[in-house]
Write a new protein. Sequence first.
Length: 443
Amino acid sequence: MRLLDRLSHNSIWCSDPYLREWAKVGSNPVIQHVIPGLNSSHFRDPTTGWIGPDGLWRIAVGAEVNGIGTALLYKSEDFMSWTRIERPLYSNNALNMWECLDFFAVVPGSNNGLDMSSEIPSGAKHVLKVSINSCDMYIVGVYDLKRDEFVPDTVQDDNRLWTRIDYGTFYASKSFFDSKHGRRVIWAWSNETDSYSDDIAKGWAGIHSIPRTIWLDGDGKQLIQWPVEEIESLRINEINHQGLELKKGDLFEIKGIDTIQADIEIDFEPTSIDDAEPFDPSWLFDPRKQCREADASVHGGIGPFGLVILASDNMEEHTAVHFRVYKSEQKYIILMCSDLRRSSLRPGLYTPAYGGFFEFDLENEKRISLRTLIDRSAVESFGSGGRICITARVYPVALVDNGATHMYAFNNGSTTVGVPQLRAWSMKRAQVNVMKGGSVIDA
């Protein structure tokens, strides 16, 4: 997409296989914004193209039409001349401009990815992802090939109830089909939450999240995400604890690894489910508020329990990633939080308490898992095997002062929580190869 004369147009630029040399196509813009009711500055971010059963290319483009968020659909025979389909792929008045669309097929219960240009198996679902208001949200449904229309399984008119890809600093995500490994991989932009002057001093701002494999849970409702398996090749110096027990107020220090560049996997198992607190459905509209009010220091029935990471010697600085279990009618609802409000003593930082809810069959599954990846200022947490994810950016003074921080497993609920398994690793530096002078070197 290019912005010409303050209007949005979609253009094509060709590149070499290494994405280093680009050539502008003379017929640009290949898709213009001439649509009745279209906000001319809100028309951008086409999806990856795919070939339909009729042999035609298709792309969806994010737009705002008559104040309504819309995924416009286009077809092409040659990828150069595009015709808009009269009906949008999907639109919903719960949101206005939709950025960074993603549209892909998934099979419930299978972590094998699908190529959108190949035959989609029977029983598959489709996912439409949109980026808006600093959040990446998605809808699961079916793609009606005859009408070229996405039909959601459930329509939510209040966007606060849409499911998020990630409940933290995670935006403009994009997925692709990895044909070599038969998986779908997603990653996103994680913006800085320090000050503008901090970014100027650093000379850079913003990172990509760790790539994640993404698939649809067996119930066909929830996307599951997990760091790509290649991340595990960076693990060194493993420590392992089994059979721990955390009573109310317990704090177990995790020693023997680099706490500022680490990968931690821990399972929690409440010894009883009788003390789960009642769930208030209104909390679904603002999980962050509940994370602020029921934080890691507030005693509960089952929880809060989780990890305290990047903690200074006196705990003045720390980040808490934790769970709290609630009971709603015949099911259990778990709140997962990543609370940054005490993450740093530095002024001028954005330090929210991120959070989200997910359903959990506590009677049968019993164990609630947490995996947290720490890379200095980046903290990515995956709850319940990737049912819920929270990415955060933190800037502890302790890292600057002496490079030493602490890490703990904790429980602050009245119910004792077992830790059947705790594994943690230091993470070595990744090798990044770049081209320089015709040769590949380690950056």
